[in-house]
Ligand binder design. Structure first.
Ligand SMILES: [Zn+2]
Length: 325
């Protein structure tokens, strides 16, 4: 993503280098490309150009492209850690009050600021209250409501909106030729997630998912095997639970509308069947339970996933199983 995709470029274009605020907070759903936008804005702030662009020729741009710019401080959740820690912020504080190495701007980029520990967050707030000269914070969050009001009030917030179907399609078409529509639908118009789905061999994954779910509904027989298998495939687990929710949402649409409804086509047989044969109260109750499990698996949980899955599948089998209808 060297050039910003069209749905992100407009946010950068709305900023002017002469009138930059010292802190920006980009927020929105996961998978919209906030990290790319952070990088693009940060690089442009450091470039010698008078506009907010990267010339790719000046000393700053050269240092950035070799990952070696001394005035660019990028803070992220370290691998295997739960939080952005206070020590990461203290390291930062030790350097940013000194003048910049190249005598110009300094940039601090922080992704997923909701994952800062309490101490780290307090420490960032102190810096934001008395920001060093010519220093710019570019931060992002998937969960804006988890960010302390004190930090939010010192930042300019920019909401990154979900792109249109066509914007997603055009962007994905540059790299992929098949299954783009399905990937966009399944990611709910989140291009980076759609891209990951296409890289994950989406069609195969999806057809195994549909086979597993039909099996659970038709005969509760394979519940133990399927929960064991799914809980081993951690990378795709939250996604599959999300797809379970989509089936229920589609079933609810079938239940409540006679006319043509927009539903995911490859699981339409299941969702139509469920919509026509189960009652809406039941579907909503299962949707709640499925979303609960999704929330649980999306955060970090010490609970044994296998048993959580089994209990979810059993609820599906009891509520929707063919023999019970
Ligand atoms: Zn430059």
């Amino acid at each position: 993503m060297h050039n910003l995709p069209i749905w992100l470029a407009k946010y950068k274009e709305s900023l002017s280098k002469e009138k930059l605020h010292h802190a920006y907070l980009l927020y929105g759903r996961e998978g919209l490309g906030k990290e790319n936008l952070i990088t693009s804005i940060s690089n442009a702030i450091l470039c010698e150009s008078s506009n907010l662009v990267s010339c790719n020729q000046c000393k700053n741009c050269t240092l950035i492209s070799s990952n070696n710019h001394p005035d660019l401080h990028s803070i992220q959740l370290e691998e295997g850690k739960k939080n952005i820690s206070i020590s990461q912020i203290l390291n930062l504080r030790n350097t940013i009050y000194e003048s910049s190495f190249l005598g110009k701007n300094k940039v601090i980029s922080i992704s997923n600021i909701e994952s800062m520990s309490r101490d780290a967050s307090d420490s960032i707030l102190k810096i934001l209250e008395e920001p060093p000269k010519d220093t710019f914070f570019i931060m992002s969050s998937n969960f804006i409501h988890q960010i302390p009001a004190t930090i939010r009030s010192r930042s300019i917030e920019i909401e990154i909106k979900t792109p249109t179907y066509n914007e997603c399609h055009n962007w994905l078409s540059e790299s992929y030729s098949e299954n783009i529509e399905l990937a966009i639908d399944l990611s709910d118009n989140r291009p980076l997630i759609a891209r990951d789905l296409l890289d994950l061999n989406l069609v195969d994954l999806r057809s195994r998912f549909i086979k597993d779910i039909s099996g659970i509904i038709k005969s509760g027989k394979n519940i133990v095997n399927i929960s064991e298998q799914w809980s081993k495939e951690l990378e795709t687990l939250p996604l599959k639970i999300e797809w379970m929710s989509y089936i229920l949402v589609d079933a609810i649409k079938h239940e409540s509308a006679n006319l043509n409804v927009q539903v995911l086509s490859d699981s339409e047989n299941i969702s139509r069947y469920l919509g026509e044969n189960s009652d809406i109260y039941n579907l909503h109750e299962l949707l709640n339970k499925t979303n609960e499990i999704w929330n649980l698996f999306s955060g970090d949980t010490n609970l044994r996933k296998e048993y959580q899955l089994q209990s979810l599948f059993i609820a599906w089998e009891r509520g929707l199983g063919v023999s019970n209808l």
